[in-house]
Design a protein around this ligand. Structure first.
Ligand code: FAD
Length: 404
């Protein structure tokens, strides 16, 4: 048993500093421009690919860290730079996590590289689960996948909502119901290969925040994919469905597995915004003078900053704990994954709001980045499970009861 330590090792520190360098030199300076343009920042995605921050190899290295912290460090630093651009770069990871979590080794080798493309021609990927009538309630999904045995093809039809990279992705990973009677246990994930006929998307949706990141609704009209595109394969699916029909414990549902794997990383993204807001407000408060003294010399401001820092560090400890537990196959007995995302998301919103307040009027105008961070932070109490849903997960875990 290794000695307990929260010190980062040399590799982790190098990774953190390397991503921080890219975030401060490339991402942060471009944040305002791409927020205004509301376009995918392809040149920055390409730069990230060129330095090896965007691609399969980076993910393999980060996942290789047996403490689970490397992914958190990379996410916190990149999102510290700018959350909209960072999501345009790391949004692909959700689709990749789904292939990694549910796919076979052959499927990983075939599809993950196609999610990223390469530095000369970078691509992005989308993970499509949410539907107009199935948001928090994933079990009410209406998208259907039917098996055409004669052709060994799956035929997928339905509508997906709010998909990050929807329509601009090279690879779409789509969750669909194969047996509606089984609810969420009758769902499976499918890879929709590039250029597959029948998949269409709306224009990019206009959003409050994360405006550099592409979000769109996706329509699937009798989309035919080869049998080999069913994540995990048909045999595993049939076995899983049989267990569910017999009322035995199933090993989990496709969408939920992806969300569980990605929760600490999403929490770490929120930490990036929370820290950016805290640091900016601290510097401003040490500089801005009113009533003949710097505003930080008032306890009201200084204590607010103390709280911002304390909440940030508390959230980070929850994120690191969940990342470590996930990486080391510890069971989330009290919803620790949900705790990490819930706390970090709420701290991001609170810190960004406090930063706006500390900057006063300057916090409300676009000359300073805190108004953008305030808009960006809000998504962290909504996507990947709203704060209410995280509280449901935690309360069910601690009580063993079906809390509604
Ligand atoms: C920018 C952006 C990017 C996204 N990216 C993706 C993506 O890549 N892929 C994807 O599949 N989805 C994505 N989503 C969708 C996102 O995950 C959903 O919006 C989210 O899960 C909430 O679902 P909903 O919007 O339908 O809200 P609803 O489920 O309708 O919830 C509305 C409100 O009711 C509350 N509520 C619902 N049920 C309960 C309950 N039982 N108890 C208490 N409160 C409850 C919710 O917490 C929320 O406050 C994205 C969304 C956005 C905005």
């Amino acid at each position: 048993m290794p000695e307990f330590s929260l010190d980062l090792n040399e590799e982790q520190r190098d990774l953190r500093d390397w991503v921080h360098g890219f975030a401060s030199e490339v991402v942060r300076p471009a944040g305002a421009e791409w927020d205004e343009r509301e376009e995918t920042p392809w040149p920055i995605i390409q730069e990230a690919a060129k330095i090896g921050l965007y691609g399969f190899e980076f993910l393999v290295n980060a996942w290789g860290d047996s403490t689970g912290l490397s992914m958190c460090l990379a996410n916190e630093e990149l999102f510290w730079g700018d959350a909209g651009i960072a999501m345009a770069i790391f949004g692909t990871h959700l689709a990749v996590a789904s292939i990694y979590g549910s796919g076979t080794p052959d499927q990983m080798v075939e599809w993950v590289p196609q999610c990223f493309g390469d530095a000369d021609d970078p691509k992005v990927a989308a993970f499509c689960t949410t539907e107009p009538q199935a948001g928090s309630d994933v079990s009410s999904m209406r998208t259907r996948a039917r098996y055409d045995e004669a052709k060994d093809e799956w035929v997928i039809s339905g509508q997906k909502a709010f998909a990050t990279n929807g329509g601009i992705a090279n690879v779409h990973v789509v969750t669909a119901s194969v047996d509606p009677e089984l609810g969420s246990r009758g769902q499976a994930g499918f890879v929709v290969p590039p250029g597959t006929p029948g998949l269409q998307a709306t224009k990019k949706l206009k959003k409050l925040g994360l405006r550099a990141s592409h979000t769109a609704d996706v329509f699937l009209d009798d989309v035919r994919v080869p049998g080999s595109c069913l994540l995990g394969g048909k045999e595993a699916l049939d076995e899983r469905l049989a267990r569910a029909r017999e009322g035995r414990k199933a090993s989990g549902q496709a969408a939920m597995r992806t969300f569980e794997l990605s929760r600490p990383a999403v929490g770490a993204q929120a930490l990036g915004i929370a820290r950016a807001a805290y640091e900016y407000a601290l510097e401003y408060a040490k500089d801005r003078e009113q009533f003949g003294r710097r505003i930080i010399e008032n306890q009201a401001i200084a204590f607010t900053l103390a709280d911002m820092k304390m909440e940030l560090d508390a959230a980070r400890l929850l994120v690191w704990r969940a990342a470590w537990m996930g990486r080391n196959n510890r069971v989330f007995e009290a919803g620790e994954g949900s705790m990490s995302k819930l706390k970090a998301g709420e701290v991001a919103v609170a810190n960004a709001e406090k930063a706006v307040q500390i900057l006063g009027g300057a916090g409300f105008v676009r000359d300073h980045p805190v108004e953008r961070w305030y808009r960006d932070a809000k998504i962290y109490t909504i996507f990947e499970g709203t704060s209410e849903i995280q509280r449901l997960v935690i309360s069910r875990a601690i009580s063993g009861m079906y809390i509604r």
